[in-house]
Design a protein around this ligand. Structure first.
Ligand code: ADP
Ligand code: MG
Length: 522
């Protein structure tokens, strides 16, 4: 897999909530997953702080059973917040810096296979808002990477399956227009995305999900089952003890994996000197988790209708995420969609493979070769401003760019001044669907000062948004009948300043600050 020194390896990284995977293109331009330092394809996205050492992956997971408070479990869930909820090793950490530790480990380990590299494409869930995309990009920087692009996980999966199963040609273009549904059930989140592939255009028609639902919930049902048995036989609950619970959880997760392959599994567990051994059949497991599966069914239906399609219009269903290995998932999807889902690529590797293909395409474009893979993204959340309902005087979300609008997009909407002789306007920009802005997330704010004296109430204010594919949002405000204008590029709240990024970069990757050229869009 080693490339000639003159060529830059095309590396793609699936920075998952529970597991991360790195892939690169081999000499035949085929994606291959790369093993980590422990010889595994999947690296748990878990960080352990132990003395001066930071340990990522399998060993950090093991430490969870004894040292839970020194372990950052799934930092991806906290991206967008200022700090991880608790200090680690006496230091507060922004979640993106913890993600950087994960990326740093992935980069170092992969370097052993592909040689030293900097450039990589990183994937994010389709529903990630701009704050979390930027945080992911920053994590890459702090880990010593030059992030070529941030792409959506379902898009990456579609690219990988498309190349492997031949619904894309060797240039990455759909042979005929098709609609696909990407069903991604991971460890802690569930995402579903409906896409239309037409030639080299990949358009997301709708995206939905449940970020409180994943393989862990299936594990939990088994843990509860074991705990109930302990309580019945010995009147003790092993869930009261963090490390006992962690041990039983590991047993249960193992049993769950067994049940994907076999009709029954045994779970052995001990707590306070009491020992039990339980046998469970696949049918029992499926019935105790039926409602979880049904939640995903419901979300799939919603996504199909949000895309304006019916099941007959769906040409392919792609299985992504380790939890789709459970036979119940495949059966449910076959019944729901009327066709067997695609499972030719291992569901945990598809996203990383697609990211590597994307990296290859970008690097080729940089080298002056013809562009490949034109991916059209949509915004996953509506963007708007906070206004006031003139009748009720309640705050309302005034949406400018509705969710699922193909990017780049621009829109203008007219608002009005509230009272006579209003001298300034406060523009609060929000992301989300709720008519009540307090339930949406604040993206930023800006003020338009110095309105001329004597304007009547109801003076029209034209607010325009320009939303680029890289997530940059420019806001333009014009007050009609005056020469007051404001152009503003949005600064994300909670994002780290360059000096902090450079400091963490030094601490985490040991590398000096660097000016990173933006990737040329293709
Ligand atoms: P994420 O994208 O959330 O980081 P993955 O897609 O790697 O994670 O999925 C991890 C989940 O897949 C875990 O909950 C794990 O238990 C589950 N999983 C992996 N293999 C199997 C299997 N053979 N049967 C059932 N569940 C599995
Ligand atoms: Mg995943």
């Amino acid at each position: 897999m080693n490339k000639a020194a003159s060529t830059i390896p095309a590396v793609g990284i699936d920075l998952g909530t529970t597991y991360s995977v790195v892939a690169c293109l081999d000499e035949q331009e085929r994606p291959r997953s790369i093993v980590n330092g422990e010889g595994d394809l999947l690296t748990p996205s878990v960080v352990l702080f132990e003395g001066d050492q930071v340990i990522v992956g399998r060993e950090a997971v093991k430490a969870m059973a004894v040292d839970a408070d020194q372990v950052a479990d799934c930092p991806k869930r906290f991206l967008g917040r200022r700090m991880y909820p608790r200090p680690l090793h006496g230091q507060e950490w922004p979640p993106e810096a913890l993600e950087a530790w994960v990326l740093d480990k992935l980069r170092r380990d992969a370097s052993r296979t592909v040689g030293n590299f900097r450039h990589a494409v990183i994937t994010v869930p389709a529903y990630f808002d701009e704050v979390r995309r930027k945080a992911t990009q920053d994590a890459g920087y702090m880990a010593g990477l030059d992030v070529l692009d941030i792409i959506n996980e379902p898009t990456a999966a579609a690219v990988a399956f498309g190349m492997a199963e031949g619904f894309l040609d060797e240039r990455g273009e759909a042979k005929r227009p098709i609609n696909i549904l990407v069903y991604d059930l991971g460890g802690g989140t569930f995402d579903v995305t409906v896409m239309r592939l037409e030639g080299g255009h990949f358009q997301t028609l709708s995206t939905d999900g449940d970020f409180q639902l994943g393989g862990k919930d299936w594990d939990q049902r088994l843990v509860d089952f074991v705990a109930a048995e302990f309580m019945k036989r010995y009147q003790v609950d092993p869930r009261d003890d963090l490390s006992a619970a962690a041990r039983i959880w590991r047993e249960c997760e193992e049993a769950k994996r067994t049940l994907s392959l076999r009709g029954k599994a045994t779970i052995a567990a001990d707590y306070q000197g009491n020992w039990i051994r339980l046998e469970i059949t696949r049918a029992e497991f499926e019935s105790m988790t039926r409602d979880l599966l049904e939640r995903t069914t419901f979300t799939c239906r919603e996504a199909i209708s949000a895309a304006g399609l019916s099941w007959d219009d769906v040409d392919r269903v792609l299985l992504v995420g380790g939890s789709t290995r459970m036979p119940q998932v495949k059966e449910m999807l076959a019944e729901l969609s009327g066709r067997a889902p695609d499972d030719s690529i291992s569901p945990d590797e598809a996203v990383a493979h697609g990211a590597a293909i994307r990296a290859g395409a970008i690097l080729a474009a940089h080298a002056g070769r013809p562009p490949r893979l034109k991916i059209r993204n949509v915004n996953s959340h509506s963007l708007g401003v906070v206004g006031k309902d003139p009748k009720t005087l309640r705050s309302r979300t005034g949406i400018l760019i509705p969710r699922n609008t193909p990017l780049p997009a621009s829109a203008t909407r007219t608002f009005r001044t509230q009272k006579a002789d209003q001298r300034s306007i406060l523009l609060q920009i929000v992301e989300g669907e709720n008519p009540d802005p307090i339930y949406n997330s604040q993206v930023g704010r800006c003020t338009v000062p110095n309105l001329p004296k004597g304007l009547p109430a109801g003076q029209p204010i034209l607010v325009s948004f320009e939303y680029e594919e890289n997530g940059r949002l420019s806001v333009h405000v014009r007050v009609e009948g005056t020469d007051v204008e404001l152009a503003h590029e949005l600064n994300r709240e909670n994002s780290l300043a360059q000096a902090d990024l450079d400091r963490y970069r030094k601490q985490i990757s040991g590398l000096p600050p660097q000016v990173i050229a933006l990737a040329t869009p293709i």
